[in-house]
Design a protein around this ligand. Structure first.
Ligand code: C5P
Length: 404
């Protein structure tokens, strides 16, 4: 359970159906030790009564910018100063647009401008509104300004449609908030993650690669950031949006990934090799495009460097986590890999038609020296968080001196 002891969280609730989940969010934030004050927009009060939030937060709910009674009790500038974090959940498309423009015609808008504390948004809206160019552009600008986005998740929506735009579950928001405020289980740890496939050039226009989408590695990078880690992601080519990490290094080949990782591995506390690194690379990549003259062609290949084994063999090595993608004998191979590559932990998943690579859901068998567990089928972001919690637990068990 995340700790938010002594943190002051100003929760802005805007007018969307997900506002009902904000009630649970207040309960969980307080359960984690935070003091919560709630500011509602006028539209939000059409969904949930202020009294609900007053009862759950144990504080009066703030509604009006120009109400003399409210201003004399705790004015908008004092409220802004009070906050360690301003969290808007749910954040509607309308509120996001307003924030981008810097409007201050209601209490929440004014507070967001006046606060110097970090600002986090948990967007919630219909998928078409989320995908609209206006919303995309607004969020891009806000992220450049340092606003943190929590979610949204994809799935079924109140309007009956399916797609991105569901507000994260309250428990996930609390975890992210703990991460943002530096109290997540990975706070203070530098984590180096590889993701995606690699491409091994045959000639200037052709390459050998594999079916990895990078989804699991990217989900791990996002979740590790949310749990408080400083994340460096070394990624092969993927079609995924840029995740929230401290550093993203894009590479193509196994050799390039190897060089990039080795230059950073000794600085990392944890290394997670989630990339599907090619095992072989054409011996020599042709300088010119190969012509189809002969009926057959023979490609001579050499083994690529095993990045994971190289990291595990470092004298000053990080806590080293490997992935295993297997079609059969999953658990045996995973245990063997743990020993053969001298790893700290192995996460294994079954691959095959509809499983593992490029799928949105996954299940993992996880083993380490002295223990193992199954993480059942779940969306990759959820699974990523569960795996990182396990990694945090194992890491802290191995490095007790550093936990004071
Ligand atoms: O031995 P195998 O390739 O099945 O191991 C998979 C694990 O090893 C993954 O964590 C993958 O990222 C890593 N690996 C690597 N370098 C390679 C091949 C695999 O780091 N050349």
């Amino acid at each position: 359970m995340a700790s938010l002891a002594n943190k002051n969280i100003l929760l802005g609730v805007t007018g969307g159906i997900a506002a009902y989940k904000a009630a649970e969010l207040v309960r969980l934030l307080r359960g984690a030790g935070a003091s919560v004050r709630v500011v509602m927009t006028r539209a939000a009060t059409a969904f949930v009564a202020p009294l609900t939030f007053q009862a759950l937060s144990g504080q009066p709910v703030h509604l009006e910018l120009l109400d003399p009674a409210e201003e004399s009790a705790m004015g908008h500038i004092s409220l802004a100063r009070w906050a360690d974090l301003v969290l808007v959940a749910p954040a509607t498309a309308d509120f996001i647009a307003k924030l981008r423009a810097g409007l201050a015609d209601d209490l929440l808008g004014a507070l967001c401008l006046a606060a110097t504390a970090p600002l986090a948004l948990a967007p919630a809206m219909n998928q078409a509104m989320w995908n609209h160019a206006a919303t995309r552009e607004n969020l891009e600008v806000l992220e450049r300004r340092g606003v943190r986005l929590l979610g949204p998740a994809a799935g079924s929506q109140a309007c009956g449609e399916t797609g991105p735009g569901r507000m994260l579950e309250p428990a996930q928001i609390v975890e992210s908030v703990a991460g943002l405020l530096g109290d997540g289980p990975l706070a203070g740890l530098a984590i180096l993650i590889t993701a995606g496939p690699t491409r091994e050039a045959i000639d200037p226009v052709r390459y050998i690669s594999n079916r990895s989408s990078g989804k699991m590695g990217y989900a791990l990078a996002e979740a590790a950031s949310a749990l408080g880690a400083e994340v460096t992601l070394v990624s092969g080519p993927t079609a995924l949006p840029t995740p929230r990490v401290r550093e993203l290094v894009e590479v193509e080949s196994a050799d390039e990934m190897h060089r990039t990782v080795m230059a950073r591995a000794e600085l990392a506390d944890v290394y997670i090799g989630a990339a599907a690194v090619a095992d072989y690379v054409p011996n020599a990549s042709a300088a010119q495009k190969l012509k189809k003259s002969a009926d057959e062609m023979i490609l001579i290949m050499r083994k690529t460097p095993d990045i994971l084994a190289a990291v595990a063999a470092l004298e000053k090595r990080p806590f080293t986590v490997g992935f295993a993608a297997e079609t059969d004998h999953l658990e045996d191979y995973a245990r063997q890999k743990l020993a053969a590559k001298a790893l700290d932990l192995v996460a294994a998943n079954r691959v095959g038609p509809g499983l593992g690579f490029d799928a949105d859901d996954n299940a993992l068998f996880v083993c380490w020296k002295g223990g193992e567990t199954h993480l059942p089928l779940a969306p990759k972001p959820i699974l990523a968080e569960q795996l990182l919690r396990l990694i945090a637990e194992r890491y802290h068990a191995q490095n007790p001196a550093q936990d004071s």
